[in-house]
Every structure is written in C-alpha cells, then in structure tokens.
Design a protein around this ligand. Structure first.
Ligand code: MN
Length: 195
C-alpha cells in the first residue's frame, strides 16, 4: 500500500493536454507537504505528504481545520509525482480533474512517531493507518493526525491539541490566496487560461 506507484496518476492524464507535471525526484532533507485548493467539479483541498519518493495524497472536501474538535474527511487518492508540489494552474475541460489548482499552503513536516518510544517510520504509520505529523506551513501548522477509519477506505484529518490549535480560525474558509503567487482562484484561472 505504501509502495509508491505513479501508474494510476499517469494513466489518468494526457500530458499533451494537461499542464500537470509528469515526474520529479525528492530532494534530500526535510520532507515537504502541500495543500492544494482544487476547484474541480466539487471544490476540495488536496493534502499531500512527500514520502517514499512520491506525494501520498488525500482529498479533503472541507480542507484542514485548526480546531481539534473537527474531524475532516480525507479520501485517499492516487500518488502524485513530487514535482506536483509546485503545481498551480488550470487543468483543461475534459481532462481528469478539470479545473483550477492553487498552492494553498506549503511547507515542511516531521513525523511525530519518530519522536515516540514506539518509533515508526512514516511508511509504517501509513500502513498502520495512523499518521501524526508536525506541519510547518504558512497557513497551517502544528500537529495533525491522519487516521484511517474503521470502515476501511477513508481517513480523517484532525488537528492535535497544541499551541497551534485555534477553534476560531477557519483558514479553509477565510484565507483564499495562494502561498506561491498570492493569487486567488479566479485570478489563477484568468491568467493561466490566457497565458
Ligand atoms: Mn483534487
């Protein structure tokens, strides 16, 4: 399950039509994460963690919360190539995931299970269905848990209780600009379509 696999990603896309990146290699050093806002058929956020040379990905319909009481549904999606971490643009009509993609938040993370007595790699955590990471993003930071539900397929994204938790902030609703370009979805759509 953890085994990185880009064949589904490649099969779903026609790279002559979509500007999405094809590959990329992980750089050495601190692993990165990205949260992309994706105005597809249904607006959602894509949460991606760099691990095993790919971006392990989940679609989070409501986006991340800073309130530890919220449990945000996170639906696993196909592995994405690491170069996708910087992808912002418009996937054309008729292509898989058609719509506008924004780099909503980006940063580095560390595996919190690396610091526990029962030390586990992130890959082991993924297979166990329980990931805990400390995110260092611009919009979102602190501890987050990703927990596979008993029902099987889906996961939940939950803010951990720490000094970065804040029940009043609602970044997925109120912070609407790209950390890469400063643009909102409409601006990205307009500029990338004409560009
Ligand atoms: Mn998406």
């Amino acid at each position: 399950m953890t085994k990185p696999n880009l064949s589904e990603y490649n099969q779903k896309r026609d790279f002559n039509k979509s500007p999405e990146p094809k590959g990329g290699k992980s750089a050495k050093g601190t692993p990165r994460f990205v949260i992309q806002k994706h105005d597809a058929q249904n607006l959602h956020f894509d949460f991606r963690l760099e691990m095993s040379g790919v971006l392990k990905s989940w679609a989070v319909p409501k986006g991340p919360s800073t309130n530890p009481k919220d449990k945000r549904l996170a639906i696993p999606t196909e592995d994405h190539p690491v170069d996708y971490i910087d992808f912002e643009g418009v996937i054309p009509e008729g292509e898989y995931g058609a719509g506008t993609v924004m780099v909503w938040d980006k940063g580095t993370y560390r595996n919190l299970f690396d610091e526990k007595e029962d030390k586990k790699t992130l890959e082991e955590c993924y297979d166990d269905g329980k990931i805990e990471v400390w995110l260092e993003g611009e919009k979102v930071s602190g501890g987050y848990a990703l927990v596979k539900t008993n029902m099987g397929k889906n996961w939940l994204l939950i803010k951990k209780k720490d000094d970065k938790a804040d029940a009043r902030r609602k970044p997925a609703k109120t912070e609407n600009n790209s950390v890469k370009s400063g643009r909102n979805l409409k601006e990205i759509e307009k500029e990338e379509k004409n560009g």
